[in-house]
Design a protein around this ligand. Sequence first.
Ligand code: COA
Length: 215
Amino acid sequence: MKNGKTPDPNTLYPIEGYENEIYVKPAVTRGNIIVGDFTYIADKDFESHVTHHYDFIGDRLIIGRFCQIAAGVEFVMNGANHQMNAVTTFPFYTLEGWNAEPPEHSDLPLKGDTIIGNDVWIGQNATILPGVHIGDGAIIGACSVVGSDVPPYTIVAGDPARELRRRFDDELTALLLEFRWWDRSIEEIDRLIPILTDSDLGRVKEQLGRMLGKG
Ligand SMILES: CC(C)(COP(=O)(O)OP(=O)(O)OC[C@H]1O[C@@H](n2cnc3c(N)ncnc32)[C@H](O)[C@@H]1OP(=O)(O)O)[C@@H](O)C(=O)NCCC(=O)NCCS
């Protein structure tokens, strides 16, 4: 491989001598965060950007492979959502001295796991709200607040994040979702780079189709 080095998903620093960008997987310590190989963040630290993440709620943050997470991105987990079906949202039970028990889970607006696909690019300072599912190949614009699901290969931006456009036509999107380049071996992905970075999408379609045995 290049300069005699092989990409290593278990190394913390993928750029020698530079500590402001890390592969996320080797940095994870919490059991309720699951991150795939080669996903990186432009930060020294990942878990401080996953907030309100409490074991007693049990929600998980699941991120696929090869995601690109910019600086300032925040994953807000379900513990952030206060009870809203009573007259106050004040969380007495979390603070010392108040005679209050935690609410039933059914009284909390829990939205489930946050699931980010593979090869998702999340722009600077974007906020991902609890329970959102973001599909493979999606792009999240800078400073977006993502409160609802994002389909694969879709660009969204804004607060609330709304679709700007689909990245590719249905045929290429379907080929990419079937091909799943991110699940292949490091050696194969390395060989595929000329195709993955080719801006002639007609040619890419042909090559993916051929590799998938579609003529
Ligand atoms: C979303 C993004 C990828 C651009 O996508 P694009 O398809 O080229 O979009 P365009 O620049 O053509 O903009 C299309 C429209 O979306 C708006 N838009 C673009 N990015 C936006 C954002 N982050 N928030 C709100 N609106 C945005 C544009 O103003 C434009 O609006 P208009 O149609 O009313 O004029 C880019 O704007 C962005 O946010 N990149 C993130 C960069 C970043 O954070 N990098 C981190 C380091 S890796």
